[in-house]
Write a protein that binds this ligand. Structure first.
Ligand code: GH3
Ligand code: MG
Ligand code: MG
Ligand code: MG
Ligand code: MG
Length: 317
């Protein structure tokens, strides 16, 4: 395929190769009762390196989707026994969000109502049979790329740019959910807010870039040691950790371990190294009359403030 297309340019051929390489990891499901068409579509997709699953009807397609969570695109016919294309689209949209699975509807009939109905039911795109091979491939590529961009946007929206940790927005949303679950299930849950001591001095002495490097290394340490919990950069040199399952005492001892770990660590900066310490405030959900994430934050912040007042490099709760 690449050789055929490479009449355009070397660069184009390289681009095509990269795309084909990427396609290897993309799984596509075809739901089509005509075996002739099913095999034709499979061949087209496999020519472009996609990994293909086949279903003869909508019901089978749903079963395969349950078993193969990596499927990102469904190409479905309209007329099929058991469960037709519309019913399949509705069932998929019931279970999977549009940003996780794309659907392209297919139909042999020269009926524009079918394409409208496909789209209205939650399909992303539509093609009439017979279609041009090139148009088919373009639509598949476009739909996969749209999913990729959405995924990337979602990642960016939930992450802190400097450290790659979750950001405050994500922490608040996910944290509220985890807190309400803990309350419902009567399980302990704690929040720790930690802040680098005299961090301004690092910037002042070694420059902002050195400061950024310290933040990145501390983030990595947090990820390594507390990555099983919800960890976020919630402020400039402030990080938060939500600890489901941990009561106040357990959270305090975990944070104290981290505090010691940070105190002992050497942080690399250009041509030099620095040491830092952190202070932390801990709050447990049981201590609150009306548990909410903002109430937990307020309480943890108070304890952090006390740790700072008491001389820093301390954990309080
Ligand atoms: P304290 O022990 O009271 O927390 O002292 P501090 O110096 O850490 O606190 P202060 O709030 O006075 O200063 C925080 C500093 O963190 C000031 C700000 O320039 C720095 N900072 C915040 N975000 C970033 C960042 O993304 N990169 C760098 N390099 N510095 C940052
Ligand atoms: Mg059919
Ligand atoms: Mg401060
Ligand atoms: Mg600070
Ligand atoms: Mg601060």
């Amino acid at each position: 395929y690449v050789i055929k297309e490479s009449r355009f340019s070397y660069q184009y051929a390289v681009q095509m190769l990269q795309r084909l390489e990427k396609n290897r990891s993309v799984e596509v499901l075809i739901a089509e009762d005509s075996s002739t068409y099913r095999h034709y579509v499979r061949q087209l997709l496999e020519l472009h390196q996609y990994r293909v699953h086949e279903a003869e009807n909508g019901a089978q397609a749903l079963e395969i989707l349950q078993q193969q969570p990596a499927i990102r695109l469904v190409i479905t016919d309209y007329h099929m026994p058991q469960l037709d294309g519309f019913e399949l689209v509705q069932a998929i949209r019931h279970r999977f969000e549009k940003r996780n699975i794309a659907i392209i509807g297919l139909s042999g009939q020269e009926d524009s109502a079918i394409s409208v109905k496909f789209i209205k039911n939650g399909a992303n795109d539509f093609l009439s049979k017979p279609f041009e091979q090139e148009e088919f491939v373009c639509r598949v590529t476009n739909n996969i790329e749209a999913l990729d961009s959405l995924e990337q946007l979602q990642w960016q929206a939930s992450r802190d740019y400097l450290t790659g940790l979750y950001n405050r927005r994500y922490f608040s949303e996910e944290g509220e959910t985890l807190l309400q679950r803990a309350v419902r299930e009567q399980q302990p849950l704690s929040l720790a807010v930690l802040d680098i001591d005299f961090f301004k001095n690092i910037n002042d002495e070694y420059g902002h870039q050195a400061g950024d490097m310290v933040l990145q290394q501390l983030a990595q340490l947090l990820e390594e040691t507390l990555g099983r919990f919800l960890v976020a950069r919630t402020g400039g040199e402030e990080f938060s950790v939500l600890l489901p399952g941990l009561d106040n005492d357990k959270a305090l001892s975990l944070l104290n371990g981290l505090r010691q770990n940070v105190e002992e660590r050497i942080f690399d900066i250009p041509d030099d190294f620095v040491r830092i310490s952190i202070s932390a405030g801990v709050a447990a959900s049981v201590a609150l009359p009306q548990p909410s994430l903002s109430a937990l934050f307020a309480r943890a912040d108070e304890h952090l403030y006390r740790a700072k007042e008491a001389g820093r490099n301390l954990v309080m709760g």
